[in-house]
Structure formats: C-alpha cells, structure tokens
Design a protein around this ligand. Sequence first.
Ligand SMILES: Nc1nc2c(ncn2[C@@H]2O[C@H](COP(=O)(O)OP(=O)(O)OP(=O)(O)O)[C@@H](O)[C@H]2O)c(=O)[nH]1
Ligand SMILES: [Mg+2]
Length: 367
Amino acid sequence: MYYIIVMNLSCGFVGLPNVGKSTIFNALSKKNIPAENYPFCTIDPNSAIIEVPDEKLITLAEIYSPHKTIFSTVEFVDIAGLVKNAHSGEGLGNQFLAHIRSVKVIVQVVRFFNDNNITHVENRVSPIDDIEIINMELIFADIKTLEKAIEKNEKNVRANHKGAIEAKAVFALALDHLNEGKPARTLPLNSKEKEFLDGLFLISSKPIIYVANVGEDSPSPSILDPVRTAIEKEGSSLILINGKLEAEIIDFSNEEKKEVLESYGYKESGLALLIKHAYGLLGLQNFYTCGQEEVRSWTIKKGSSAVEAAGEIHTDFSTKFIKAEIFNYKDVITHGKDQLKSLGLIKLVGKEYLMQEGDIAYFIKGQ
Ligand SMILES: Nc1nc2c(ncn2[C@@H]2O[C@H](COP(=O)(O)OP(=O)(O)OP(=O)(O)O)[C@@H](O)[C@H]2O)c(=O)[nH]1
Ligand SMILES: [Mg+2]
C-alpha cells in the first residue's frame, strides 16, 4: 500500500517576527526549515503540502485494503514576519503582500509565551497589541489597493461605464470601513455589492484563524479571555498551540504524540485543530471514493450536489453524469461493506442529491 497526496486548501502563517511562525510551521509540516532566534529569519515563504488528518479515511483503508490511500491535503505557507509600518517599507516592507494574497486562509500566529531569551520586536509580550499591529498592516495594504481602484474607477464613472457608479458607492463604503480600522471581511454587503470588492482581492477580506503560541505554561484566563473575546467579536476563532512542545515531538509516532499532548491537556494536535477550523471557516467537508485500487478523500464545499462532487474528481464525471451510488461511512462501520446492498443502504441518486459528511460515492457516467 502506498500514499499519494492531492492539494485543496492553503493557509498562510503571518505575524510579527520571532513569534514562532516557523516553529509551528515546522512542527505541523515536519519540515525542517530555519527557526532561529533572530527576527526575519524567514525571508522567502516556505511552503509545505500536508495531509489532512483523517481517521475515517484510515479506517476505510483498513476495511478496503486498497493499493493506494490518498489523503486530502492543505498547503501551509510560512510567510515572512511583518512589523509596524511594513506597508510603508519598514522591515521587509511589502514583500508579504503577494504571498498573503495567494492563500485562502490567514493564520495569524500570536506570541503568548514569555521567554527573555527570545527578542520581541516591540520589547514586550502583549498579544492584543500584536494582533492590532498585524491587522492594521493588512488594512493599510488594503487601503492602498482600494485607493488605486477608486482612482481607476473615476475614469469609468466619467466614461459612463456600466456599473461604475455602483462600484464607486461600494468602494467608498469599504474605504470608510477600513479607515475605521476594521477588516473588509466584517463589512456587511449584499452579494451584488460584494462582487465589486471581490475583484480587488483584499487581504483583510480573507478568513482568519488566530493561533496563540502558548509555550510551556498555559496563559492565565486574565490574559487569554480578553483576546478571545475580541477575536470572537470579530467572528474569528482562536486556537491554542504549544509550538515548542509540538516541535519537540515531531518525530514521535502518532500514538506517542497523542499521549504527550494529552498529558499537557491538549485533546488534539495543533495540525488537527487548525485544519478543523480552516474547514469550518471555508465551509468544507470530505467525501470518499473506495475501491480495490484506491481509497481516497475528496474535499468539497458543504452543500455541494452529487454532480459538483463528481466534478471534483474529473470534469468528465460532471458533464457525463448519469447517477451515483451513495452510502455513508457510518453504515460501513456499523454493518460492514458487504451487507450494505442487501440492507438497502446504498442509495441511487441523481445530480441534485446533496452530499453529506462521510458519504462514499461511486459515480456512473455515460460515454
Ligand atoms: N520559549 C519559547 N520559545 C519559542 C516558542 N516558539 C518559538 N520559540 C522560539 O522563538 C524563536 C523564533 O521562532 P521562529 O519560529 O523562528 O519565529 P518566526 O515567527 O518564524 O520569526 P521570523 O521568521 O523572524 O518572522 C526561536 O528561537 C524559537 O525556538 C515557545 O513556544 N516558547
Ligand atoms: Mg520564520
């Protein structure tokens, strides 16, 4: 049996220098890139393709004993540290922008650990202020983008181009919002208005997950709670990862890792937690295909229909879609794979069927 990996989702690690981005990136991706105690250790973004931890897929592979087991994957990108005024050239300046623009989810790593040996660029450990600095840099970058777009759109307004007046109104709303220090993702717009902004690929419109790099001692509620409240108010979520610990157990087996993490009070690995949140934010779920040749996990948007799921495998399966046989992981576990047909647990469905979490599909296509 061998394993193959396919890519679906990308997460970019951002944050101040020396907060532990590369440490966490390495620990989660098992990649040994430099994570040293000096700011701007990471200059070019490093990226890693990582398998989505998937217990269901592993169980299905045990049941079907295929030649290949193929996991869904995510791409992690370790982006250079940002500093205050990066948008006007401080630190590594605007190099970060293109890297952040290319990812689907921003993972903001925030330093909670105290360690006098590790320099903090602001010479203090204050998560709430660090978050503010990073978020403002992303907003400043977006303000620049928006101002350019407004200028360009003025020509369209003068030339009476279709939609230019509407775009002007949306851009003005967005600029006010950003100027108030709020990220574009919290601007309430209807779907038509949203389309005008979508074309600008604003960084602060991307979903964000905050990772507290908590170090050896868990932060006290008096430090953690106000940060969590501020983040949740914005509609985002905060997860706790002990970067240093995860880096130390990088070569342990999965069972050993689980044991160590549990002894420190962590129910799940940082990787599993992060991916679970990224799936939740983007509204993703998995379905499976199972056969003798391969057992494979596929990632789709929640609410996808059978024909959309089929298209994820190959466009041929969607354009020539006839029907699909669907059964669910839960039934395989309860009844075994060979009893499903006689028990009436294999559904024959058409294009419109809504895929459910844990569905296993066999698509039938025409010539
Ligand atoms: N004590 C302690 N040190 C940590 C922890 N996480 C990271 N460090 C140390 O902090 C230093 C900086 O970590 P990096 O992972 O390189 O930080 P970074 O955010 O990637 O920094 P840049 O690439 O410079 O932006 C290294 O010496 C790490 O070993 C932690 O949880 N506790
Ligand atoms: Mg780094």
